[in-house]
Write a protein that binds this ligand. Structure first.
Ligand code: NDP
Length: 249
C-alpha cells in the first residue's frame, strides 16, 4: 500500500483547530502514530482520545512554535511517548487582516514569527535529529496560494507564506542527499469551523466566484496531497509545491 504510514510517527503543529485537526485524523487513518501540538493544549484532549480509538498511538503536546525552548521540549515529549518523529507537518499559522499602513510591527512579528520563523525552527529541530541519527525524514509545510499570489490587507501573511515556499525549496535542496524530503502544500480557500460563516457573506461569495471550480474547498480535499507527500508514494518528490485550490493559480 503506497500511501500507508504504518509504523511512522507524525508531528502536526497547530492541531487544536481547523486543518491541523483534519491532518492529524488523516495521518492516523493511514496508520501513523500522531503527535498533536498547539499552544492551547487543553483543546487537544478529545482529539487525542479520538485518534487512539482509530487504533494508533497519539500524544498531545503543548507547543508554541515561536519559542525554541518549547519546540525542544515538545520533541522530547513526543520521542518519549511515540519514538523518533518521521513526518513533520508545519501547519501552525495565523493571519491578521489590516491595511498595510495600519499594521503595527507587533502584528508583523506575530504573523511572520509563527508562519515562517516557526516553521523554520521546527524544521531545524527535526532536521538536526534526522541527520544525527542518520534517519530519513519528511517535512510537509502548509503554505497557501496567498504565498503565490496576493490579496489586500494581509501583507505579512502574503510575505510569510511566500517565504515558507522558498524555505521549502532551500531546505529540500540542502537536505535531499540526507534522504530528507521537504515539500509544501498551497491550499486555496478551505472551509473550516472558524471561517464557515464568512463564505456565506457577500465578500465570501465574491471570493468563491473567483475560484474556477466555483466552490469552496473542504479539508478532505487536501488529503491526497498530504498522503502523497508524507508517504513513500512521494519518495522522489522534494522541493515540490502542490497547489490544491480548485484551479485558482
Ligand atoms: P486555524 O486558526 O483553525 O488553526 C491554526 C492553528 O495554528 C491552531 O491550532 C493554533 O493553535 C495553531 N497556532 C497558532 N499559533 C501557534 C503557535 N505560535 N504555536 C503553535 N501553534 C500555533 O487555521 P486553519 O486551520 O485555517 O489554518 C491552518 C494552516 O493552514 C495555517 O498555516 C494557514 O495559514 C493555512 N491555510 C489555511 C487556509 C484556509 O482556507 N483555512 C488556506 C491556506 C492555508 P493554538 O492557538 O492553540 O496554538
Amino acid at each position: 500500500k503506497r500511501f500507508d504510514l504504518t509504523g511512522k510517527v507524525a508531528l502536526v503543529t497547530g492541531a487544536s483547530s481547523g486543518l491541523g485537526v483534519h491532518f492529524a485524523r488523516t495521518l492516523a487513518a493511514a496508520g501513523a502514530s500522531v503527535a498533536i501540538a498547539a499552544r492551547r493544549a487543553d483543546r487537544l484532549a478529545s482529539l487525542q482520545a479520538e485518534l487512539q480509538k482509530l487504533g494508533g498511538k497519539a500524544v498531545a503536546v503543548e507547543l508554541d512554535v515561536q519559542s525554541s525552548d518549547s519546540i525542544t521540549a515538545a520533541f522530547a515529549t513526543v520521542e518519549a511517548a511515540l519514538g523518533p518523529v518521521d513526518i513533520v507537518v508545519n501547519n501552525a499559522g495565523i493571519s491578521i487582516v489590516k491595511p498595510a499602513l495600519e499594521m503595527p510591527v507587533e502584528d508583523w512579528d506575530a504573523v511572520v514569527n509563527t508562519n515562517l520563523r516557526g516553521a523554520w525552527l521546527v524544521a531545524q529541530a527535526a532536521g538536526k535529529r534526522w541527520l544525527m541519527a542518520k534517519r530519513p525524514g519528511v517535512i510537509v509545510n502548509i503554505a497557501s496560494i496567498l504565498g503565490l499570489r496576493t490579496i489586500g490587507q494581509v501583507a505579512p501573511y502574503n510575505a510569510s507564506k511566500a517565504g515558507l515556499i522558498h524555505l521549502t525549496r532551500a531546505l529540500a535542496m540542502e537536505w535531499a542527499r540526507h534522504d530528507i524530503r521537504v515539500n509544501a502544500i498551497c491550499p486555496g480557500y478551505i472551509e473550516t469551523e472558524m471561517n464557515s460563516d464568512f463564505w456565506k457573506t457577500p465578500a465570501g461569495q465574491r471570493l468563491i466566484d473567483r475560484i474556477p471550480q466555483r466552490r469552496i474547498g473542504k479539508p478532505e480535499h487536501l488529503d491526497g496531497a498530504l498522503l502523497l507527500l508524507s508517504s513513500d508514494a512521494g519518495s522522489f518528490m522534494t522541493g515540490s509545491v502542490l497547489t490544491v485550490d480548485g484551479g485558482h493559480t
